[in-house]
Design a protein around this ligand. Structure first.
Ligand SMILES: Cc1cc2nc3c(=O)[nH]c(=O)nc-3n(C[C@H](O)[C@H](O)[C@H](O)COP(=O)(O)OP(=O)(O)OC[C@H]3O[C@@H](n4cnc5c(N)ncnc54)[C@H](O)[C@@H]3O)c2cc1C
Ligand code: SF4
Length: 340
């Protein structure tokens, strides 16, 4: 449930402790920064490769038999879907974020053939309640629910729009990545007969405005509120490729503990997490400003898509990102013990 925008905390309120942490962040047992110790895993991942590492460790230990997460099937490199990974190798090949809305029906269909399997599920915050219902009713044996911060999500039309901007036809696509290249990465598409082409992450800000799903515009979920583990980007100016992690349950904490050999952990103050995500938290928990609402109506509903000045707005967004988003944490403090 959203609160009135006039009650939203500002950047000045955070250091003074004037905010409702439970309302903004939800309950959690441990808050950390983390990243994979393996540079190749980090390179392929959206941020620090934490989701990939914890679930690979769970598969390797035999804690679950399969992981359900979103990626691209071998015969369709353009349309994302839920895939079943049974080995760490399969899961590593699917690391990285897919910025395209996935419906509850797609998740239900994916789980249907997996009766009797012990599962871990990665899903959007809005799908976590569905997975919790399966657990409560004993419909599927889900051992871990991992979610991510979800500021916006887009219809799949957005991917086709970006393919058009990159000049690649869907039938010519070899692969698509939404977080390709140096952190934070950006949209990239590799044509079958050519080099990858793409745009920085800032281009999503415009694309979000144009293709935000109507249900997503009204959604107040942000940090995977009811998952075992919730992960997002750690916008720290001095240190790229870190994941902000909230272990919300005992199961989530155990997943992290069991991955300690593969992950590096660092301290994260609640106020730093709030400051780096305040732009999205305010929008999610208190609603958009009138200006952003107006922009969404103009770009999504009124202006024909081909007329949107893609490169100009991407440049403005890059400028805004460099000025407004990110906190300074010069020295990372390693964390050895996850409990106590
Ligand atoms: C639609 C979407 C919106 C996001 N919005 C924000 C945001 O506003 N702010 C922010 O800080 N972070 C956001 N994130 C989270 C961020 O992009 C990373 O997922 C997070 O930082 C974890 O990174 P990682 O390197 O630990 O994950 P990785 O190690 O890269 O693992 C990612 C895992 O998630 C799975 N996956 C990818 N996309 C999906 C999907 N759509 N549904 C289900 N499983 C998926 C992959 O198969 C893989 O197993 C968003 C992610 C998505 C998918
Ligand atoms: S914004 Fe909300 S409704 Fe949309 S995918 Fe994310 S959690 Fe689901």
């Amino acid at each position: 449930m959203r609160r009135s925008r006039k009650d939203a905390p500002t950047y000045h309120d955070i250091p003074a402790g004037k905010y409702d942490a439970e309302f903004l962040l939800g309950e959690y047992k441990r808050l950390l920064l983390a990243r994979s110790g393996d540079a190749l895993v980090r390179e392929a991942a959206a941020s620090g490769g934490v989701i990939t590492e914890v679930l690979c460790a769970g598969l390797a230990r035999g804690e679950f038999d399969a992981v359900l997460s979103v990626g691209f099937a071998g015969d369709d490199p353009v349309t994302p879907c839920y895939l079943v990974s049974r080995t760490p190798e399969e899961l590593r090949a699917r690391s990285g974020s897919v910025y395209s809305y996935v419906s509850p029906t797609q998740l239900k269909e994916a789980v249907a053939g997996l009766g009797g399997r012990r599962l871990a599920v990665v899903c959007q915050p809005c799908l976590v309640p569905l997975v919790r219902r399966w657990q409560e009713r004993g419909e599927h044996d889900v051992r871990a629910v991992v979610s991510f911060f979800c500021g916006y999500n887009m219809t799949h039309e957005a991917t086709h729009y970006l393919l058009g901007k990159a000049g690649v036809r869907p039938e010519d696509v070899a692969w698509i990545r939404y977080r390709h290249g140096d952190y934070p990465g950006g949209f990239a598409v590799k044509p079958r007969n050519g080099e990858p082409v793409g745009f920085g992450k800032e281009s999503y800000e415009l694309v979000n405005l144009q293709f935000v799903r109507r249900g997503c515009s009204h959604c107040s979920l942000y940090m995977g509120e009811d998952a075992d583990l919730s992960c997002g980007d750690a916008w720290i100016q001095e240190h790229p490729n870190l994941t902000a992690v909230l272990a919300r349950t005992e199961a989530g904490l155990s997943l992290l503990e069991a991955s300690q050999e593969r992950l590096e952990f660092y301290a994260l103050k609640e106020r730093d997490l709030l400051a780096m995500h305040l732009h999205n938290l305010v929008y999610k928990k208190y609603g958009n400003s009138w200006f952003l609402r107006l922009l969404t109506v103009v770009f999504r509903d009124l202006l024909p898509k081909p007329l949107a000045p893609f490169r100009l707005l991407s440049a403005l967004s890059r400028h805004r990102r460099s000025r407004k988003i990110g906190v300074s944490v010069p020295d990372l403090k390693p964390v050895e013990k996850l409990r106590g």
